[in-house]
Ligand binder design. Structure first.
Ligand SMILES: CC(C)(COP(=O)(O)OP(=O)(O)OC[C@H]1O[C@@H](n2cnc3c(N)ncnc32)[C@H](O)[C@@H]1OP(=O)(O)O)[C@@H](O)C(=O)NCCC(=O)NCCS
Length: 134
């Protein structure tokens, strides 16, 4: 399968198409996909969004991140549709995210299903991540 990765404006994406990728990847269980208004804001306010599309052009993967393009990129979400997982799309999305903010580290909180993924693609574990819930 071949695919293409491009940086996009989150607000320009078709919300239903994006929601379907979250659903079809499994990440939708951990994100507020039922709240369309909130989700549209999540897409619109993320300042570094990349998508992967297959040959006919269907959305098969997405990265939603916030970057200062100088010091740190916070990778909020990465999702690849189930049928396309483990074929290199996730790795390519991360590489493209790095290319958009070169020399800048990527920080993320892993979903439980992906804790073994990040060390495979070069991430190191940080033992002092902290979350302040609203
Ligand atoms: C996690 C995810 C983004 C990875 O994307 P992907 O396109 O499937 O991963 P890749 O094909 O780039 O995988 C690269 C390597 O990691 C391995 N891998 C993929 N998913 C893995 C996982 N969940 N656990 C452990 N290893 C994994 C692949 O087998 C591959 O190994 P290889 O280099 O030996 O061939 C994708 O599987 C996904 O969307 N999962 C569900 C949503 C989710 O949990 N997102 C993370 C939110 S923090």
């Amino acid at each position: 399968m071949s695919w293409k990765i491009e940086r996009v404006e989150g607000a320009d994406l078709d919300l239903d198409e994006v929601l379907e990728v979250y659903r079809a990847s499994g990440l939708g269980e951990r994100r507020p996909i039922e709240d369309r208004e909130r989700f549209a804001a999540m897409l619109g306010h993320a300042n570094l969004v990349l998508v992967a599309r297959d040959e006919p052009g269907a959305l098969i993967g997405i990265v939603r991140a916030v970057s200062d393009f100088s010091y740190v990129t916070y990778l909020s979400d990465i999702a690849v549709t189930l049928g396309q997982q483990r074929s290199g799309v996730g790795r390519a999305l991360i590489a493209a995210t790095q290319a958009e903010a070169p020399g800048v580290k990527i920080v993320l909180l892993s979903a439980p299903a992906a804790v073994d993924y990040y060390p495979r693609i070069g991430f190191t574990q940080h033992n002092s991540a902290w979350v302040l819930n609203p």
